[in-house]
Structures are given as C-alpha cells and as structure tokens.
Design a protein around this ligand. Structure first.
Ligand SMILES: [Zn+2]
Length: 385
C-alpha cells in the first residue's frame, strides 16, 4: 500500500472529535502489528478514544517522534461536493475530511513505519497518534504525562500539521475560559430589585475588548505571525430566559491566543482582575440585592506556545529533509507546544498539505504534497540507519 491507499483507509473512519477514534486506532494497531511492531494504547476515561504510541528500532536509543492527531472537525452544515469520509481524487488532489488536517501525514508516517520495520535502525522511529486535538489538544496529555516519567524520551519531535512541509518554529499558545455571571432574577418592571447577569457579562466583554485594543495598539509583537500580537475574543454567550425577567444567569466562553513573548500567566491574572472589578462594581451599584451574585471564572483548557529557536537542530533536520530553508510561524495551535514546553523535546511543526484547506468543505491534499512527505520520511529513515 502506498500512502494514498493508506490515507483512503484512514479517512474512511469518521473520527470527528465528539466520536470514538477506536476503529481507526485498531486499524493502525493491526497495520503496525503486521510489520511486527507493538503499539501502546492510552485510553480515555470512558474507553471510547485512545492515543497510540509505537517505536520501531533500538529501544535503548532516543528516537525521532512523528506526532499527529487522529480526530477531525465536523462536516455538519458544510456543502461537500462528494462524501466527506470517502477519498476522491480530482485532478491532482485527494479530497476528504482530514486529508490535509492531518491524516495525510499519518498515512505517510505509517508507510515510513512499515519501511522502518524492515530496516536495521541505529535510532528508533516513533509514532504518537492522539485524539481530541481539535478540541484543545486534550487527548495527547495522557501520553505526555506518561512520557514525563520515561528515562529515555524522544530526541526530536515532528508534528505533522499542514505547513506545506515548511518547518514551523512557532505557534501561539491558547487559554480558554468560561465565565458564569450570577445575577438575581426580578420582574423587569422593577429591575432595581434584581441584578442583571447579561449586563454583567456585557461589562466583562467591554473589558476584554478594551484589553484587546490596548494589546493591538501597544502590546508585544512578533511580525512572523499573520496576526502579530496576542488576540482575545468572546466566542459564546448564553443568558436570559424571557424578556420580562431580569436575567439571573449569563455564561460566556472566551479565549486568548498569546504570542510566545506574552506570558499567559500574566494575562490570566489581568483577566481575573477584570472579572473581580466587574463583579464588585455590579455589587456596589445594586446594594442589598447583590447578595449571592458574582462571576465564576474557570479555565477550560490551555496549551503553551511553541517557540523553537530557528537554528535548533530539529529545525535544521526538518529543513534538510524537506529542502525548505524558510522558517515560518503558524497561527493555529498544536501539541508541539506541549512536547516542547512540558517535556523539553525540541519540536518543529512540519507536515504536508495546506492549512487553507483545513476545516473547510472539500478539504483536500495535493498528490504531490503526499509524495513530498513520503520523500521527507524516506530521507529521515536514511538518517536513522
Ligand atoms: Zn490539525
């Protein structure tokens, strides 16, 4: 099987993040078993999803880890020209959900693993296939926690998010919040007797937007990013029941995506300050009715930024393997920040296909990108001999 044929099998598993990825993981486990390679699975608490780790070559040596996610974003409400979970070739492009993001890379990694199994390697080739990346790099954490206890960790990590095979040395970090504004219900004819939770939420949103404005004007900048500063935005708001009741509850979900130069802990502290200020001024302006009102702020998930030096060995390796000398930084996040910041493994993001096609209807990967990724993997195997 070539990588396109493996890709055809992988996209046939509709591994949308909310659903199980176990059929795909089982396919990969059997694929590797047929090459004589054992896999280690890391099941989630419900046993519905799993990460897979495998290593081919001398176990006592640190290896090169190829990391990627098995989950894909939903196709709901998207107008696809063909069935999204069946690989279709049109012209020189292969269409399916996940073709670019990022089952194309996984297919090339599996082809490389099968080749590696027939070789006598000096350094191992290692695979980490994770779940729940698209919902905040959640799944890979059980593998990372385990790796933190290993005496022998991978020497380098390549995360195969689509970069058109250009080495990406940086991505932003992300922190996602949920804020629950707790007001007090009252008849809307006498709003003074209540505390309006939607108004509290609106005050908080205003502060978040003012903070964004200040950062955009005068915050830290990194011109290598398309948006060269840390961004904040509110993505979800739910509040109120009917018009004639002062709303007692309003929920917000918001996030920031920080450039590596901005410390997320500082920004989290400032946002906690904003929340406290809004809650206090709401209480001050309402008097006795304010008892029991407030804002609960929770961090839903976060991951660190990736900030690999442009001249790091892992970057030189990716540049040499792909022939792409230019270093880029990408706006989207990945588990690369976790491998780098939590485990100290030098990490680069470098994978086939373009992020422009990801998450969209008629997602595709160009055939020549898949072939170029195979060539990158073959060059990598040469170095592991
Ligand atoms: Zn991805």
């Amino acid at each position: 099987m070539n990588s396109a044929q493996i890709l055809e099998r992988l996209v046939g598993f509709p591994t949308v993040s909310r659903d199980s990825n176990l059929p795909l993981i089982e396919y990969v486990r059997e694929f590797l078993a047929a090459c004589g390679t054992d896999s280690r699975l890391y099941l989630d608490v419900d046993g519905r999803k799993a990460n897979l780790y495998a290593s081919i070559g001398p176990a006592e040596q640190p290896g090169i880890l190829l990391s990627g996610h098995t989950d894909v974003v939903p196709v709901d409400g998207q107008a696809w020209s063909s069935a999204p979970f069946e690989l279709r070739q049109r012209n020189a492009q292969l269409y399916a959900r996940g073709a670019a993001d990022m089952k194309g890379f996984l297919a090339c990694a599996l082809r490389a693993a099968r080749r590696a199994a027939g070789m006598t390697l000096r350094m191992p080739l290692q695979l980490a296939f994770s779940y729940d990346e698209e919902v905040g790099c959640l799944g890979v954490r059980s593998l990372i926690d385990d790796m933190a206890r290993w005496s022998q960790r991978p020497r380098f990590c390549i995360v195969g998010e689509p970069t058109l095979l250009r080495p990406a040395v940086g991505h932003k970090g992300k922190t996602a919040f949920r804020a629950v504004c707790r007001g007090r219900a009252a008849h809307s004819a006498n709003p003074e007797r209540g505390v309006n939770a939607i108004h509290m939420a609106a005050d908080l949103i205003e502060r978040i937007r003012a903070r964004q404005e200040r950062i955009a004007q005068s915050g830290a900048r990194d011109g290598a990013y398309e948006v060269p500063y840390t961004t904040l935005h509110v993505g979800v708001i739910h509040g109120g029941t009917v018009l004639n009741i002062v709303p007692s509850r309003c929920e917000l979900e918001f996030e920031f995506r920080n450039i590596p130069g901005d410390d997320p802990a500082v920004l989290v502290g400032e946002l906690r300050g904003d929340v406290a200020t809004v809650a206090r001024s709401s209480a001050d302006s309402t008097g006795p009715a304010a008892a029991g009102t407030g804002i609960d702020l929770q961090i839903e998930h976060d991951y660190p930024a990736l900030d690999t030096p442009a001249d790091a060995d892992v970057v030189e390796l990716a540049a040499a393997l792909t022939g792409h000398r230019q270093r880029i930084k990408v706006g989207y996040g990945s588990e690369a920040g976790l491998f780098s910041a939590r485990l100290g493994i030098p990490t680069v993001v470098c994978g086939p296909g373009s992020i422009d096609q990801a998450h969209k209807p008629d997602e595709f990967i160009a055939v020549d990108q898949l072939q170029a990724c195979d060539a990158m993997m073959d060059a990598l195997l040469e170095r592991l001999l």
